[in-house]
Design a protein around this ligand. Structure first.
Ligand code: ADP
Ligand code: MG
Length: 390
């Protein structure tokens, strides 16, 4: 179905607008393999793009209007590039991403053309696989392609982040947009969120799959707890600065330094800092492990990341823990951890090809026994980032 998706989208475009689509783009969702809650501490993350994308087919209009139709929502939305405002109409809320990135591109001096647009996505919506970043990155690529501008993908990521922050109003980090724009097939991206330097690290070409499982638990606490964690990390930096004057973020503190000065931190702050500092180290170790072909060690580091998020950072929940426990009980699973902000959302597991069927058979039943909930499972390889197809 995926392979024929661009053609289907073009057919729907022609049906709706009575002319062919001149431009087709896609941008993928993402999963973070390791490096959680490190981004707002200037630290390291290691995500890959997944084999689920948001697609957009478009052709220019000469009247400065954007007329868009979402196949997922079965809704249309129209706005003028001259006066872009956030829509308050819930049935058009999805178009705020199309509005947001257009507004930011124009602010940056890119002269845009009006467009007819049809969009369809296979990134699960609101599951923590970043459908919102896919929308922004795909739309940014579409708008710039339509005026013949070849946008630098790092710039596209930064502008998409700004769009989500300034226009949509969600205080996101850079990881989601970055990986959606710059992901590389069969690789994960080691990103330094301070410098935005990055390195594509090959994942095993065969033998393992990335398996994502959704707890299907409605997330409640995320926003308030997220803000608490941020301020606990800031508090840790403030206190540790008394001993290490040159630090500006937890990223700057080594494990040895942390152990030396941990006594000065209040108990909870100490645990939060220990997660961030040890998680940064785990990202570095996991990359070394991958480069030397040691998948077993990579899996152990994923497991250790989960324990740290659960015990020190306190952002897991009983559903995530149950899903991780169920996943690890399957033979051939190298490692399993929560991924994303926590309190619900998805787990990510590294699974031997030969064990993927067993995973799909056993994990849903075990998870249901433990929680009464159903899980949704997505298997994927690392996919290429945003691209123009036509
Ligand atoms: P996620 O974790 O998936 O990023 P968000 O709440 O940040 O969840 O973003 C989800 C929103 O993005 C949706 O409510 C919708 O407005 C928009 N969106 C996601 N996928 C699509 C799609 N395929 N078509 C239109 N809008 C979409
Ligand atoms: Mg999002």
């Amino acid at each position: 179905m995926l392979a024929s998706l661009p053609q289907e989208l073009e057919t729907r475009f022609a049906d709706l607008f009575g002319r062919p689509a001149e431009i087709v783009v896609r941008a993928p969702g993402r999963v973070n393999l390791i490096g959680e809650h490190t981004d707002y501490n200037d630290g390291f993350v290691f995500p890959c793009a997944i084999e689920r994308s948001i697609w957009m087919a478009a052709s220019p209009r000469s009247d400065g209007q954007v007329r868009a139709y979402s196949l997922n929502f079965g809704q249309s939305s129209t706005f003028s590039l001259n006066t872009i405002e956030k829509t308050q109409n819930p049935s058009e809320a999805w178009s705020n991403y199309l509005r947001a990135i257009a507004a930011i591109l124009q602010k940056e001096g890119v002269a845009l053309s009006g467009l007819d647009v049809v969009t369809y996505g296979t990134v699960p919506i609101g599951a923590g696989l970043s459908s919102s970043a896919s929308m922004l990155v795909a739309a940014g690529l579409m708008y710039t392609s339509a005026v013949g501008e070849e946008i630098d993908l790092k710039r596209l990521a930064l502008l998409s982040q700004r769009a989500e922050r300034e226009f949509v109003g969600v205080n996101v980090g850079i990881m989601d947009q970055f990986i959606s724009a710059l992901g590389k097939r069969d690789h994960a991206l080691f990103i330094d969120t301070r410098t935005l330097d990055y390195e594509a690290v090959p994942l095993p070409a065969s033998g393992v799959q990335i398996v994502i499982a959704d707890t299907n638990k409605k997330r409640g606490l995320v926003d308030s707890e997220y803000n608490n964690r941020r301020s606990e990390c800031e508090q840790a930096v403030k206190i540790l600065k008394g001993f290490l004057p040159s630090i500006t973020a937890l990223r700057d503190v080594s494990i040895a330094e942390f152990e030396q000065y941990a006594h000065a931190l209040p108990e909870v702050v100490c645990k939060r800092a220990r997660h961030v500092i040890s998680e940064n180290t785990r990202v570095l170790e996991s990359i070394t492990a991958l480069k030397s072909g040691d998948i077993a060690l990579f899996g152990e580091l994923m497991n250790a990341s989960h324990e740290s998020l659960k015990d020190d950072y306190a952002v897991s929940c009983s559903e995530l823990d149950a899903l991780v426990t169920a996943s690890r009980s399957v033979e051939g699973v190298f490692g399993s951890r929560m991924t994303g902000a926590g309190f619900g959302g998805c787990t990510v597991s590294l699974v031997a090809d030969s064990a993927v069927n067993a995973f799909q058979e056993q994990v849903p039943a075990l998870y249901q026994q433990a929680t009464g909930l159903e899980t949704t499972i997505y298997t994927t390889k690392a996919e290429q980032g945003a691209e123009r197809i036509r």
